[in-house]
Ligand binder design. Structure first.
Ligand code: ZN
Length: 397
């Protein structure tokens, strides 16, 4: 029987990319994100306007002849944000680290997906679904538990890269799965292309890494007598742990808000302390404090005497109206908004080298505002590239 590969979403956006693999009565779906979906909008509207992937049976409780299973490469909203809209109970496979983090977020009420039946798939332990075999490989992205997903129908091999970088803390994971896939002689490689969306992303002076971020953070701690405030993303557990370690090594205590405290303790991080503002007020120079945008006004009491380091927390960028609110708040207090993020996505040059290493029979660039730019560089590197359109089906006989 043949396998149909259908591209449902995310072909020229960052995230929200969804592909299905269907053979006989089995349908595998990966990932399951949305780009942006206000929670008050009904699922039917989001389905009709194309925000949700075109899978009505999963969102409208309709009967389907197909047995659907969802796979999530990692726990970023643009890869799993549609789970909350499910209306029929569906198995959702993810790595152990993803499942652990997801459970904490559900307990906190940050996530809510009553119809997602979460199941763990171990790395490099294939599981069969009808005629398919699915294997997860551990990769490197700015979230724990991030995975690459390989699908085989016994005759063809398809791979979804998820999100990936090569200058993170674990390039060896990426090298490993690229080696395996190279040997597998895979048919189709779906490769993210986030950094092709922007200019100058190969430039070493522009590019921050997790490692350089910690060095800069340490230097700021050493140079200032003021309270240091950081705004990181709560799902990047490894960065949070590194920040706490850097603070401790440089003689400062690190304090977290309640939500971060619960998340970090649940993920097994030791010495996690919750904010006590009285202590911080008495000796601001002894502390680093994490602050979420929702609690920005906790900083009112510091009378302009703090340093603010924005580290990929919300609001992420200028497209979010809260970003100008944040800028204005800091500006009126004469506090500089210092951007100290690091990307979870590979540099364009690294993506091309990765695609060459894997050397699939066909490579599909997606998860990018400029997939055609990625495509032309991959073609120049000698690869066979295809740019599908939304809803297009490729048949593998
Ligand atoms: Zn991601």
């Amino acid at each position: 029987m043949s396998t149909q590969v259908k591209f449902l979403n995310g072909l020229n956006t960052i995230g929200g990319n969804v592909v299905t693999f269907t053979n006989q009565q089995t349908r595998l779906i990966m990932d399951f994100g949305v780009n942006f979906a206000p929670t008050t909008t009904p699922a039917t509207d989001l389905l009709n306007d194309g925000t949700l992937p075109n899978l009505p049976s999963l969102f409208q409780n309709m009967q389907s002849d197909l047995k659907s299973t969802i796979f999530v490469s990692h726990l970023h909203l643009d890869h799993m944000g549609a789970l909350r809209y499910l209306t029929s109970p569906t198995d959702v496979y993810m790595s152990q680290n993803s499942a652990d983090l997801y459970q904490v977020l559900i307990n906190l009420g940050v996530e809510h997906a009553p119809y997602a039946k979460v199941k763990v798939i171990d790395y490099e332990k294939p599981i069969n679904f009808g005629p398919f075999e699915v294997t997860f490989f551990e990769t490197d992205h700015d979230i724990r538990g991030a995975s690459v997903i390989r699908v085989s129908d016994g005759k063809h091999i398809f791979v979804h890269s998820g999100d990936v970088r090569l200058d993170g803390s674990h390039p060896e994971r990426v090298e490993h799965w690229a080696d395996v896939l190279h040997d597998n002689k895979i048919d189709l490689f779906l490769l993210e292309g986030t950094e092709f969306s922007f200019e100058n992303q190969n430039d070493e002076f522009v590019r921050q890494t997790e490692q350089s971020l910690q060095i800069d953070f340490a230097n700021i701690i050493k140079e200032t007598e003021k309270l240091v405030v950081v705004n990181p993303y709560e799902r990047n557990i490894d960065r949070l742990l590194a920040l706490q370690n850097t603070a401790h090594e440089n003689g400062r205590k690190f304090l977290w808000d309640h939500r971060f405290t619960v998340i970090l303790r649940s993920m097994g991080i030791k010495n996690v302390q919750e904010i006590d503002w009285l202590k911080v007020m008495s000796e601001p120079s002894h502390y680093v404090v994490q602050n979420r945008f929702d609690q920005l006004h906790d900083l009112d009491q510091f009378d302009k005497q703090f340093v603010y380091l924005h580290m990929n927390g919300e609001p992420l960028g200028e497209y979010d109206p809260r970003f100008s609110e944040l800028s204005t708040y800091l500006e009126t207090r004469n506090v500089a908004l210092q951007l100290m993020g690091a990307s979870g996505h590979a540099k364009p040059d690294d993506l091309v080298a990765l695609a060459q290493h894997v050397n699939a029979k066909q490579t599909v660039p997606w998860h990018s505002f400029k997939p055609e730019k990625e495509a032309s560089e991959l073609v120049s590197a000698g690869l066979n590239v295809y740019l599908p359109t939304k809803g297009e089906i490729l048949n593998y006989n």
